[in-house]
Design a protein around this ligand. Structure first.
Ligand SMILES: CC(C)(COP(=O)(O)OP(=O)(O)OC[C@H]1O[C@@H](n2cnc3c(N)ncnc32)[C@H](O)[C@@H]1OP(=O)(O)O)[C@@H](O)C(=O)NCCC(=O)NCCS
Length: 210
């Protein structure tokens, strides 16, 4: 078994998705190993064609460049300057809430502590950029890694629901997590002894970011 070493966390960052990231995104969605995309809870019949996804994403990036401040809802995750994945916010109601997504495109960067650093950084950008009251995470119950990241960050789980939005398979059961703005803090609900946070602690986003 190959054991990957943890990543050096100070080199993990987020920035607006750019044109040169798009081929990596397309490889992830259209050339991942068979069954990978479906296991995440995606309905392949809802996935746009590769050309449509490329065109739509490039259009969003180009349109955003015309704005005085960025309104892009896709942030590339970088490690040592190399793009390894993306955080997106969709659906989004500016001034209220958005649903957060995470995809580490490069499999060699998964399960090495990247998400624990990139989620808080991306949330901070999205809170400020879209003046959000809360960020929701609706994670299919079978996505153990994605659920574990929220638990380790101490983001409260507020229930479960059947989801059906975007490219998600209708009726997918998901755990719902909610991160509130306001105090810019994360209320820890993590019970695991491996959690860096105690359950009663209020965690300032800044503590996680630095
Ligand atoms: C889910 C995802 C975003 C998590 O990011 P990540 O950088 O791999 O997560 P981290 O390395 O920071 O892991 C955080 C915790 O989750 C655990 N974890 C991560 N991936 C896991 C997996 N596949 N199975 C079990 N636990 C996992 C880690 O072990 C760690 O917990 P621990 O410290 O107690 O061991 C990433 O793995 C990914 O993009 N996966 C494929 C796409 C996907 O599933 N996206 C989510 C769709 S809802």
């Amino acid at each position: 078994m190959i054991v990957s070493r943890p990543l050096s966390t100070e080199h993990i960052s987020v920035r607006d998705l750019s044109e040169q990231d798009v081929p990596l995104m397309l490889d992830y969605w259209y050339r991942s190993p068979p069954g990978f995309v479906e296991r995440m809870g995606v309905d392949l019949s809802k996935l746009p064609t590769e050309a449509e996804m490329a065109r739509g994403t490039l259009q969003n990036i180009t349109d955003n460049c015309l704005l005085s401040t960025s309104k892009l809802h896709a942030l590339a995750i970088t490690c040592d300057g190399r793009t390894v994945g993306v955080h997106t916010l969709f659906p989004l109601i500016e001034g209220d809430h958005g649903i957060f997504h995470a995809h580490v495109w490069n499999p060699t960067f998964r399960n090495r502590g990247l998400g624990l650093r990139s989620y808080p950084k991306a949330c901070q950008v999205f809170f400020e950029r879209f003046d959000l009251k809360r960020i929701l995470f609706k994670t299919p119950v079978q996505n153990i890694g994605a659920i574990r990241v929220k638990e380790k960050l101490g983001i409260p789980c507020i229930g479960e629901e059947l989801i059906d939005f975007g490219i998600i398979r209708a009726g997918t059961r998901a755990k719902v997590f909610e991160l509130l703005s306001g105090e810019s803090s994360i209320k820890s609900s993590a019970q695991s002894s491996q959690s860096p946070f105690k359950s009663s602690q209020r965690i300032d986003l800044q503590n996680i970011l630095h």
